[in-house]
Design a binder for this molecule. Sequence first.
Ligand code: FO1
Length: 326
Amino acid sequence: MTTGPRIAVPAGGVGAARFLRGLRIAAPDAQITVIGNTADDITLFGLRVCPDLDTVMYTLGGGIAEDQGWGRADESFHVAEELAVYGAGPDWFTLGDRDLATHVIRTQMLSAGYPLSAVTAALCERWSPGVSLLPMSDDRVETHVVIEDAGAPGGQRAVHFQEYWVRLHARPRAIDVVPVGVEDAKPGPGVLEAIATADVVLLPPSNPVVSIGTILAVPGIRAALTDTAAPVIGVSPIVGGAPVRGMADRLLEAIGVESTAAAVARHYGPELLDGWLVDERDGGLVDDVAALGIACRAVPLMMSDPQAAAQMARAAMDLAGAGRPA
Ligand code: FO1
């Protein structure tokens, strides 16, 4: 019987997964519910791939390819090699043999009519991540990025987020980020309840636009987070004016948000955030954030290993314990 605090964590991929691994160390008795971003999901070779859900599941379940932060450890690529020989694309998104088994099971269950939430629960029975992993929605939402393309009509075209991120390496200027279908999406089973009954809500250092942003865009979720009695504490994904990993700055630019720890806090807003952790290098921004009505502390934010992530999680829980500002 877990007696610890109930913690709700809207989460993207690698940054969130590493933060969650630290949170499990820092709060071993906590009942953690992860609300996973599903707008990165893509269908390849007829299989549904859910990168952010799988990164959380594999990382907390002990099967992640640690250096990459995605995909499986001890992986082989025989199927991918065979597909390439057949000329079956795309070849820019690598699916390993072990990882493919997850996508086969997921696709089988989705085709049999199970909602993504039931599929994710079934996959987690094998992985035992130690958290409840809930898709943000059972409805399909797919982030597309509108990029400059001189050769396209009107000089721009939309590409799936994964093509923008993995094939194009976020090089083209992003004009707009569109979570296709989000306006018709409903929060997944258990999502609103997890937020309403949480003792603490933590926003990990995920991509504010295509991970946290898409979760907040599901109708009802942002309102639940602003209404919850629980303190909402975020961790800046931007350190020293640049994203810690990934290319979030390219997407922040598309929505007109400066790549600073203070600008992201302002973007989330004081109606959402009660507290915000910035890296020690951004200590000079603490007062700017506090002036927004958001409690702010500067602590080390580099998750170099699980213990460092645990320290960050402790700092976030401490700031939550400081309670909502009067
Ligand atoms: N990222 C890459 O940069 N290259 C890949 O080939 C790639 C394959 C891949 C396969 C499964 C999976 O779950 C994730 C994968 N990713 C890959 C990472 C993925 O683009 C990111 O995890 C998220 O979508 C961004 O948060």
